[in-house]
Design a protein around this ligand. Structure first.
Ligand code: SF4
Length: 429
């Protein structure tokens, strides 16, 4: 979007307005692939029945199924893979017959694309927060995951580039920076640095005008004491740890090629909580991985009951061709996987409601975000322990008469009620 805007294109969020439609796809799991294909077909209709004259398909789905997509979607004018982002200008140029442009295959993990602070960007998020990608690709062997084949080898952005981008974002009014990568906790390893994520987080926490720095997608074997110390010591490093664990049974974790067991994971969470009191721990799990028995699932359920995570997301296993897990026997019936997911989610909802209720009466600092997505009658905001889009929020139903709502400002909210995932409160200051 940044490249296009810098070259005179106007960006519209309403596809029916556009002369040219770019669909950026995901190819991770079945549901995401279906959603991507739906979006392409919808965009194709805009071309045949509406005013769009050119349709570009970009991203991971192209990387994974380029030949099939090319053969089955004649309406699409060009396909660009994850390593061809810079070709966006070429394929959008109406003078170029872009269907004849080669789609460069990622091949055997040859992707090298990494943006830097000079790459033009258009924020697709509300103006008070921004995602900053600190590394690209992944070298881990997780058996269920096709991502390394779509995004290439792990490679980190330069330290100085990320800091420079943070300063630029701060100047644009961003208050919260969310660091993302496929494997954030490995940041800097390929540059020969140790504990680079901890150093990066500390440095970013000193950028004036930035109030919160959040790290997503850490890996359980890579949570260093130094990283936890930075979260404990730096007021702007939010007390939040996102760490997908995927399972608790030693057997399933081994089959997933991730390692660890329930005891080691519980020890890890204890260490995290001892070092950073009041930290919110978010994780995700997969139910129905090949070979998962009732006993394995019960071990996972016990972990969830025992640890009482602050936030939990649960996915059912998606059998992805080309991954090692696809070759495993003992596939679990998808209905069983769904049922197990339901049990875990219900258990977590009970835990979450009970923990949320304990907060009634507390006054908390909230990043005010504006109108609630649930109701016109409410505002909403987030505490530092709530990430946008994936976690609950603080619904605001009352404020002093002279309160001026400014998205991106901080307010003090007294919690008056608690739901399963959201809290409800009134602004006191
Ligand atoms: S660490 Fe994440 S991106 Fe990398 S292989 Fe495992 S699940 Fe996939």
């Amino acid at each position: 979007m940044g490249q296009l805007k810098a070259n005179g294109y106007q960006i519209t969020a309403d596809a029916s307005d556009a002369d040219m439609v770019v669909v950026n796809t995901c190819g991770f799991i079945e549901s995401a692939k279906n959603e991507s294909v739906e979006a392409i077909l919808e965009a194709a209709r805009l071309k045949t029945e509406g005013s769009a004259t050119r349709l570009i398909v970009a991203g991971c789905l192209v990387e994974r199924y380029r030949d099939e997509l090319k053969a089955e979607l004649p309406e699409v004018d060009a396909f660009i893979g994850t390593n061809q982002i810079m070709d966006i200008l070429k394929v959008c140029d109406p003078k170029v017959d872009s269907r004849s442009l080669p789609v460069v295959p990622l091949g055997n993990q040859s992707a090298t694309y990494l943006y830097d602070e000079s790459t033009p960007r258009v924020l697709a998020t509300p103006s008070h927060y921004a995602f900053v990608k600190i590394a690209e690709g992944c070298d881990r062997p997780c058996a269920f995951c096709f991502i390394p084949q779509m995004r290439g080898h792990f490679r980190s952005r330069r330290f100085g580039s990320i800091i420079a981008e943070a300063h630029q974002l701060a100047e644009e009014g961003v208050k919260e920076i969310i660091l993302v990568a496929q494997d954030s906790s490995r940041y800097g390893e390929d540059l020969g640095k140790t504990d680079a994520l901890a150093r990066l987080l500390r440095e970013l926490s000193h950028v004036e005008e930035i109030d919160w720095v959040r790290v997503m997608y850490t890996y359980p074997t890579h949570i260093s004491d130094e990283f936890l110390s930075v979260i404990a010591e730096e007021p702007k490093a939010v007390k939040y740890l996102d760490m997908p664990l995927q399972h608790a049974s030693q057997k399933v974790l081994r089959l997933m090629k991730r390692g660890g067991n329930r005891a080691s994971l519980e020890r890890l969470i204890q260490r995290v909580r001892a070092r950073v009191p009041d930290i919110a721990v978010r994780t995700t799990f997969i139910t129905g991985f090949p070979g998962e028995t009732e006993e394995d699932f019960n071990e996972l359920l016990d972990l969830v009951r025992n640890v009482e995570f602050d936030r939990v997301g649960v996915f059912t296993y998606s059998d992805e061709e080309g991954t090692p897990a696809f070759e495993l026997g003992e596939k679990v019936d998808p209905k069983v996987a769904k049922h197990r997911r339901g049990i875990l989610m219900k258990e977590q909802a009970r835990i979450s409601r009970r923990r949320n209720k304990k907060r009634i009466g507390e006054t908390v600092r909230v990043l005010f975000e504006g109108d609630s997505t649930e109701s016109d009658l409410l505002w909403q905001g987030r505490m530092e322990t709530q990430a946008p889009d994936i976690d609950g929020c603080v619904l605001i139903n009352d404020a002093p008469d002279d309160f001026v709502p400014v998205p991106g400002s901080f307010v003090e909210v007294q919690i008056t009620a608690a739901q399963e995932y959201d809290l409800v409160g009134r602004i006191v200051q």
